[in-house]
Design a binder for this molecule. Structure first.
Ligand code: SAH
Length: 676
């Protein structure tokens, strides 16, 4: 029984909502204040196996303290605040069931569960962190994840870009990886030939440290994470690309055998057969708890299915075919092949059917786009069941099978053509696509890292970056993230590594300071990437903007950034651009302005600007914007001392209208209505 206790009207209302939500499972301890709360709590503590107290945690702790006996005997206790914002698992998180009770209370009250046990957030958010829609025995599996028992196994058919698995999910060997197209062929097919074009690095210090990207790779970063046990999405190893997903698997399960009767699931068939939980010594109705990432439908009890976006359905139809007929045929084709509707990413057909109402409406019914292809594209795709009718009608011997394959590049047919009176359908499975997020971390301060950047970092199972940038955000990474860091000068190697990891199917974050596309890693990485991976860019606050905000409003009119690093760009190209900026009266921000080995370039560039601008033109010098050693100075073209400038500095030179106002640099917007 779940005892419900309150001391206020709001608490009483909360108790009533829980009692109504869980009929027959709760006892309301409400005698209208006849007994002191202390006694009520004592009685409930003795009588119930779980308690919900609508009390401040402090009050609850004091009231409970005299009754505590031990982890094994005490009920699980959840406290809820007066505003019903939080349900705190206070006592007995795992064994007492308080963690899952906090989640259950939260879902009734619209509160947020607060879970602080060791496997805490991992359990609470385990399923939410995996970026695929979930179906199946969600309540039972969520409860097992929250309570940390019985263990929950994670199975996957193949590599999909995943964040590191939460510790509560224990990787199991894949059952059906062999059924999928080998990773290697496609990797090879798409291998890009062209390394080696020069491009600016993010820093031009001489290539001393760890050059050549001889992986200073420190998987997992010493002692940081529980990752060493290997996560399921950690199988394939770097750079070589496309290892078999069977390699290097973690061990399933803790030593706990599944507990007692599994609620929630009734069927007894087990997914795939392989990789069952150990300790299956119990009775018939003990069903292993599992999470499966698969597009296959498998009858199973305590299993949550995560559905990867893997299937494309090709459809054909005679003129006037109804939505119902198409939908019914697609559903039965999927069902017959044992495939999950939620893994369908698109319907596909021939161009000539692009506006066929029944087909258009069927795509809408499944909530997926309708992709269409020219007849000659489809005609060129080899299929098992060509036929004469569509050849005569639309100019290709296959619509359904060929369109399914056309929409699934590198994939294979998993359900051959089926027909109804007026429609045809076939299903293809596409190769998983890895995900490369190119993430700008901003100039240094933590609160200038965008929330989107944080989300991408947490979503990645592999992080690639310069060691000093990795240090900047290490604490933001999900436990178990594989960190491949390298030193200055290894830009190309980093870019190649990031792309190779994504090609192997992983979720990769490639990081750079400021904006990762400004004099940074995005260009070498994307020059290397083929269209077999998904790429996501996350903009970051670039140094010019971070500096401008400190200087005032220097970029109020047209402006340009110029890197003064001539390590990768010939000086005469740089000089030509500086001249052009000088003549065009653009505000100029110099990146990479000066280093120990490069000291004449900045004075030279400034002298070119001075040919077109007055000596008192304002110049802003910002060192280490937003970092602890930040320094900001506003000076003039004539007054700038280059010795104050180093490689962690940007120099912003105003245009002929820029002024210094109250110590701040201001470039007027220059419109007539704002004439100086
Ligand atoms: N991708 C980065 C720029 C890389 S080039 C960005 O978007 O900011 C490296 C140069 O950027 C440095 O030499 C320096 O000129 C500038 N820089 C980077 N971070 C800086 C900071 N916090 N403060 C001042 N300048 C910075």
């Amino acid at each position: 029984m779940i005892g419900l206790i309150s001391a206020t009207a709001a608490g009483r209302a909360g108790c009533e909502r829980l009692a109504a939500a869980w009929p027959g499972r709760t006892v309301l301890y409400d005698d209208g204040g006849a007994r002191p709360l202390r006694e009520v709590v004592g009685a409930a503590f003795a009588e119930c196996d779980r308690l919900v107290l609508f009390l401040a945690t402090g009050a609850a702790v004091r009231l409970l303290a005299p009754h505590l006996r031990g982890k094994a005997e005490d009920p699980g206790v959840v406290t809820v605040d007066e505003a019903h914002r939080y349900a705190v698992a206070l006592l007995g998180g795992h064994g007492g069931g308080a963690n899952s009770l906090a989640a259950a209370v939260s879902s009734v009250l619209g509160a947020e569960p607060v879970v602080t046990t060791a496997t805490d957030a991992v359990g609470a958010t385990a399923l939410d962190t995996l970026p695929y829609p979930a179906e199946g025995a969600l309540p039972a599996v969520t409860r097992a994840l929250l309570d940390g028992t019985p263990p929950v196994a994670f199975h996957t058919d193949t590599i999909w870009p995943l964040p590191p698995l939460p510790a509560a999910l224990v990787p199991a060997p894949p059952a059906a990886a062999k059924k999928l197209p080998p990773q290697e062929s496609a990797t090879r097919k798409n291998a890009s030939p062209e390394p080696d074009q020069g491009h600016p690095g993010e820093d031009d210090s001489p290539k001393t440290a760890a050059t050549g990207g001889n992986e200073t790779a420190r998987p997992g970063g010493a002692g940081r994470t529980p990752a060493q046990t290997g996560t399921a999405n950690d199988q394939a190893h770097p750079a070589t690309g496309g290892n078999s997903p069977e390699a290097d698997r973690g061990h399933p399960g803790e030593d706990d055998s599944p507990k007692t009767a599994a609620t929630g699931g009734s069927e007894t068939a087990r997914p795939g057969g392989a990789g069952r939980m150990p300790g299956g010594t119990g009775t018939e109705d003990e069903e292993p708890y599992a999470v499966w990432l698969t597009d296959r439908t498998v009858a199973a009890g305590n299993t949550v299915f995560l559905r990867p976006p893997s299937l494309t359905v090709g459809v054909g139809g005679s003129r006037g075919v109804t939505r119902e007929e198409v939908v019914t045929l697609v559903r039965s084709t999927l069902a017959e092949a044992g495939l999950a509707e939620r893994s369908v990413t698109a319907l596909a057909t021939v161009d000539a059917k692009a506006a066929e109402p029944g087909i258009v409406a069927a795509a809408a019914a499944f909530g997926v786009p309708l992709l269409t292809y020219p007849a000659d594209t489809l005609a060129a795709i080899p299929v098992p069941n060509p036929s004469a009718a569509p050849l005569a009608a639309v100019g290709t011997a296959s619509v359904a099978e060929a369109a399914a394959l056309a929409a699934a590049p590198g994939g294979e047919l998993v359900a051959e053509k089926r027909k109804s009176a007026m429609a045809t359908a076939a299903v293809a499975r596409r190769r998983p696509r890895g995900r490369l997020a190119v993430v700008g971390l901003g100039p240094g301060a933590r609160d200038l890292v965008t929330p989107r950047a944080v989300a991408e970092l947490r979503r990645a199972s592999v992080l690639v970056g310069l060691d000093q940038y990795v240090d900047q955000i290490r604490d933001l990474l999900a436990p178990g993230t594989r960190v491949l860091e390298s030193g200055l000068g290894a830009e190309e190697e980093r870019a190649r590594t990031a792309v190779a990891e994504a090609r192997a199917g992983h979720a990769v974050a490639l990081i750079g300071s400021g904006d990762a596309g400004v004099y940074a890693m995005a260009s070498p990485a994307l020059a290397e990437a083929a269209d077999d991976i998904d790429v996501v860019g996350v903009p970051g606050v670039t140094a010019a903007l971070a500096a401008a905000a400190l200087l005032g409003a220097p970029l109020g009119h047209d402006h340009v950034s110029i890197s003064l690093s001539d390590l990768h760009t010939p000086w005469d190209v740089i000089e030509r651009r500086v001249r052009a900026a000088a003549e065009a009266d653009l505000v100029v921000t110099f990146y990479n302005p000066r280093s120990r080995g490069r000291d004449w370039q900045l004075p030279k560039a400034l002298s070119i600007l001075a040919g077109h601008r007055a000596p008192d033109t304002p110049v802003g010098v910002v060192h280490a914007a937003s970092r602890p050693d930040e320094r900001v100075a506003v000076t003039t073209l004539a007054g700038l001392d280059p010795a104050t400038v180093d490689m962690v500095t940007v120099v912003t030179v105003g245009n002929t209208a820029s002024r210094t106002v109250a110590g701040r640099m201001v470039t007027p917007r220059g419109y007539r209505w704002q004439a100086p």
